[in-house]
Design a protein around this ligand. Structure first.
Ligand code: SAM
Length: 220
């Protein structure tokens, strides 16, 4: 799956070990995902490569301007015309596991164009004309959209078939359909007793039906 990321900080992705190791690193090496970064500043026609300006109506902070964003999005759209443009913003729909599942299937072939805001956000005309989907990763404010984009890429990638081994099936994680979208049961591993604290007897019983029932009862 292809992810095109528009940001004024491409190095946050290009130099980020998070994309080089573990599951995302392996998925990249195997060609299961491709993360392409695009520096919004390079599209600015301003002689100082400015991408922001003061807000109409006054107020604190700066707003990302139309010109570089229109140029950057249109250029990436030429490379990947079917990919929807997703803007990360606190005003968007809150990201959940069903969104990750939907995106991993619906957009696996087309990929996604992911737009990171900075400052106070972006000029509304970009949103009206070029953004297809607006997503928030939670009810709090980050300094920029980059962490939000990483959250989307991570949660989608682990659902792409073949990315996780069988031993790590995403169908048995918190919020999965099998768990009625509830949160997962507690886990225990060896030893059976640690500092006087024992593993629940049922998990040592070898009785699969009872273990399943215990786990089901302990979903949150
Ligand atoms: N003035 C904006 C507001 O009050 O909604 C916050 C702007 S924030 C400082 C800068 C950028 O970070 C946003 O344009 C957005 O791209 C990103 N961002 C911040 N919080 C986010 C969240 N919860 N989910 C997704 N993106 C977020």
């Amino acid at each position: 799956m292809r992810f095109d990321v528009l940001t004024i900080f491409p190095s946050f992705f290009e130099e980020n070990p998070y994309f080089k190791y573990s599951i995302l690193g392996e998925a990249t090496k195997k060609g299961q995902i491709e993360v392409h970064t695009h520096d919004i500043r390079e599209y600015s026609e301003d002689k100082h490569k400015k991408v922001d300006d003061t807000p109409y109506g006054g107020g604190a902070g700066m707003v990302m301007t139309c010109q570089p964003l229109f140029a950057a999005i249109k250029s990436v759209k030429k490379e990947n015309p079917k990919a929807p443009v997703v803007f990360l913003t606190p005003q968007g729909e809150t990201w959940t596991q069903p969104h990750a599942e939907e995106f991993a299937t619906k957009h696996e072939q087309t990929g996604l164009i992911l737009l990171c805001g900075r400052y106070e956000g972006i000029d509304q005309r970009v949103r009206d004309a070029l953004v297809d989907i607006e997503i928030s990763i939670g009810d709090y404010v980050l300094t920029g959209g980059e962490l939000a984009v990483m959250t989307l890429i991570d949660s989608i990638t682990r659902l792409i078939p073949g990315v996780l081994g069988n031993e790590n099936s995403p169908e048995e994680d918190s919020f999965c359909v099998k768990f009625d979208r509830k949160k997962e049961y507690p886990h225990y591993t060896k030893p059976e007793e640690f500092q006087g604290i024992k593993v629940p007897d049922v998990l040592l019983s070898g009785h699969h039906a009872n273990i399943e029932a215990w786990r089901h009862d302990n979903l949150k």
